[in-house]
Design a protein around this ligand. Structure first.
Ligand code: C2E
Ligand code: MG
Ligand code: MG
Length: 645
């Protein structure tokens, strides 16, 4: 608290000038002495003395009339230098009397201490109280009074005024401190609430899109399950949405653009949720992001579960419109799996699992579509998982094998190359090569599997080249899945394998499916060029099954095209296919590519493809895929071997 010098201002209000002089002599004598009055003060307040002290004279002013006193007190207060005490005479003709003076003084300064100087003949005490009310700021001093009485009163009452002022100041400070503390506390509470809200939001929302995350979604689904148990006829469904080619965009355009795409998708989902209230009570629905490119939409209060298919289709349409990323138009499509409350779920995780399974089915059926879960899918998913686990185990234990299928020159029947086809027997489960390859592709196992096949095929070829000089011209075809083609160190791995197995690059044909190449356009083109630079041959496999991309065939660096066996099978029955194969052969010739036909099973098919000008063929008519030992039997017959005979 700041130290303030004590207020010793005293006003004497009396119409008698002599009285003014008397007060001056008592309270503000010209020559200060520490005589009787000091002793008196010491006896009253003890020593050391409280302020004010007798050593400091009172600051005395005098007024002859009540009105004058009121003006002085008002001015002093306005100037911030108020009087602490006023001695007021009771009778001051011709002006207002003492009581009226006191009343008006207090109007101007309610803190002023007042001593009324009264004679017995003046107003009785009861009347004073009636006029001025009970007050602890009022004392009576009966005339005639002793100087020491006046001095004592002046000292005690200015002291009282100062203590009251100090107390008031202290109180003000305490109140101000309390207010400051309160404000700080309120601010802390507000900030804490903000932080808590932020933490809650973080815990329940996805950082990239701002959508709810898996945790929040599971809570909401749990609530839906509870509601469906309580309320008959209450229906909900979950749409599991996975973007079909997000990874490609992420890989080619970078993660920032990938994130932007996810935000744009989230935005369309939000907008879509608002537009579906014709089907459901949209205000209850949630869209969430639960994984890299996986979103979930929870539809509540459905009138008919069939409506969720309609909603899913609408989402697919919305996502079908191209997105603008980095000034370019990009299209992403989605696959959606649907699980509905029809199946009486008891746990949220089960709903998600089934919707995920249905989504997977939608992808398998060709992407860009939706599928509703049925228990049959569950069995398929279980089988897939079982195959994946056993296949992983087989790779780890080196239990893989290769079957080699010969390719022959259609004109001479001579052996020109082999295709290495992966084989694996899984205990307790019957699965064909294509199914195993599909599972390997989905699970990513295709990468170690493909490397193993590539290496073993090169090793076998090297061995045969060494053992059978007549076999030195033979080539080896190996299949490369689209996942491998996009794999990070494909080029290094191919180069290292060729060096390690001492197989000339030109003797190796890498077969890549049409869809694997076309879908990845520019990226695939770059990869193919890099493979070409190593010196390996490039064949487009299963041509005619996918995009029938005759138009862009010339844009890829290819050595040969393999016409798919489905094409071969229909060719002899439908002459239109003959015309198409003819066109393919003509185009490939013009582009300097060779043409191979797969799946030749009959002499008619062989005759037809020969007449159309195809170069080589592969099929059961010549030989089925065979183990390495059987290949050696064939090689032993070189150079006279004629597989077309
Ligand atoms: P693909 O590359 O088109 O291989 C030819 C497939 O056609 C082989 O089936 C072969 O057995 C079969 N085939 C050959 N001639 C005939 C015929 O005259 N009639 C009939 N009906 N079929 C014939 P397979 O061995 O079941 O392989 C299926 C697919 O699995 C392959 O198709 C290939 O895409 C893939 N695949 C096999 N091994 C590998 C591998 O090591 N890596 C990769 N990425 N894919 C592989
Ligand atoms: Mg192939
Ligand atoms: Mg093929």
């Amino acid at each position: 608290m700041t130290a303030v010098s004590p207020n010793l201002r005293v006003l004497v209000v009396d119409d008698t000038p002599q009285i003014h002089e008397d007060f001056r002599a008592i309270l503000a004598p010209k020559h200060q002495s520490s005589g009787d009055l000091d002793e008196l003060e010491a006896s009253m307040f003890g020593s050391p003395r409280a302020q004010p002290t007798a050593a400091e004279p009172f600051r005395l002013d005098c007024a002859a009339q009540g009105e004058e006193a009121v003006t002085l007190v008002g001015a002093a207060r306005d100037a911030g230098d108020p009087y602490a005490l006023a001695f007021v005479d009771m009778r001051m003709p011709p002006g207002i009397d003492g009581l009226e003076t006191v009343r008006r003084l207090w109007e101007r300064d309610p803190e002023l201490q007042v001593v009324i100087c009264t004679a017995f003949s003046d107003h009785p005490w009861s009347e004073i109280i009636r006029t001025l009310g009970h007050s602890d700021r009022l004392l009576l001093l009966n005339k005639p009074f002793d100087p020491s009485e006046a001095w004592q009163l002046a000292l005690a009452l200015t002291q009282k005024w100062n203590l009251a002022r100090q107390a008031a100041m202290k109180l003000e400070e305490v109140v101000a401190l309390a207010e400051r503390t309160n404000t700080e506390l309120r601010e802390q509470i507000r900030r804490r609430a903000e932080v808590e809200e932020e933490l809650r939001h973080l815990a329940y929302h996805d950082q990239v899109t701002g959508l709810p995350n898996r945790a929040l979604l599971l809570e909401r689904i749990e609530q839906c399950i509870q509601r469906s148990l309580r309320i008959p006829g209450y229906r909900f469904s979950v749409l599991y949405l996975d973007l079909d080619n997000f990874k490609l965009i992420n890989d080619t355009m970078g993660h920032d653009q990938g994130d932007q795409l996810l935000r744009d998708v989230a935005q369309r989902l939000r907008a879509g949720m608002r537009s579906i209230d014709a089907v459901v009570r949209a205000e209850e629905d949630v869209a969430a992001r639960v994984g890299g490119d996986e979103f979930i939409v929870l539809l509540e209060g459905l009138r008919d579960l069939q409506d969720s298919v309609q909603v899913a289709r609408r989402f697919l349409e919305m996502l079908d419109r191209p997105f603008r990323l980095d000034g370019r138009e990009v299209s992403v499509r989605a696959s959606i799996g649907i699980a509905t409350s029809e199946r009486h779920y008891v746990r949220a995780g089960e709903v998600l699992r089934d919707a995920d399974t249905a989504m997977y089915r939608a992808k398998m059926d060709g992407k860009g579509r939706c599928a509703v879960f049925d228990p049959e899918m569950h069995n398929a998913a279980k089988r897939r998982l079982e195959i994946e686990n056993k296949l992983r185990d087989a790779i780890l234990r080196d239990r893989l094998q290769i079957a080699y299928q010969p390719l022959v020159d259609v004109r001479t029947g001579a052996l020109v190359s082999f295709e290495a086809l992966f084989r694996c027997h899984l205990s307790g489960i019957e699965a064909g090569a294509q199914e195993l390859i599909n599972v390997a592709e989905e699970s990513g196992l295709i990468v170690p599997l493909g490397r193993w096949v590539f290496r073993r095929a090169c090793e076998d070829l090297h061995r045969w080249r060494e053992a059978y000089p007549e076999a030195r011209h033979l080539r080896m075809g190996v299949n490369l899945s689209r996942k491998e083609l996009n794999g990070e160190d494909l080029i290094r791995s191919v180069r290292e394998t060729l060096i390690a197995t001492r197989v000339p690059a030109g003797q190796v044909c890498i077969e890549i499916t049409e869809s694997g190449i076309i879908e990845h356009g520019e990226a695939a083109r770059t990869r193919l060029r890099q493979l070409r630079d190593i010196g390996v041959q490039l064949h487009m496999d299963d041509f005619g099954t996918g995009y029938s991309s005759l138009a862009c065939l010339h844009t890829f660096p290819l050595d040969a095209v393999k016409i798919d066996r489905a094409f071969t099978a229909t060719m002899t029955k439908d002459t239109r296919y003959v015309a198409v194969v003819k066109a393919i052969v003509t185009l490939c010739r013009a582009l300097g590519m060779r043409v191979t036909v797969e799946g030749i099973e009959t002499p008619e098919q062989l005759e037809l493809v020969t007449s159309l000008g195809c170069d080589s063929a592969q099929g059961y008519l010549f030989a089925r895929p065979m183990p390495a030992e059987a290949v050696e039997g064939l090689l032993a017959q070189l150079p006279d071997l004629n597989l077309a005979a």
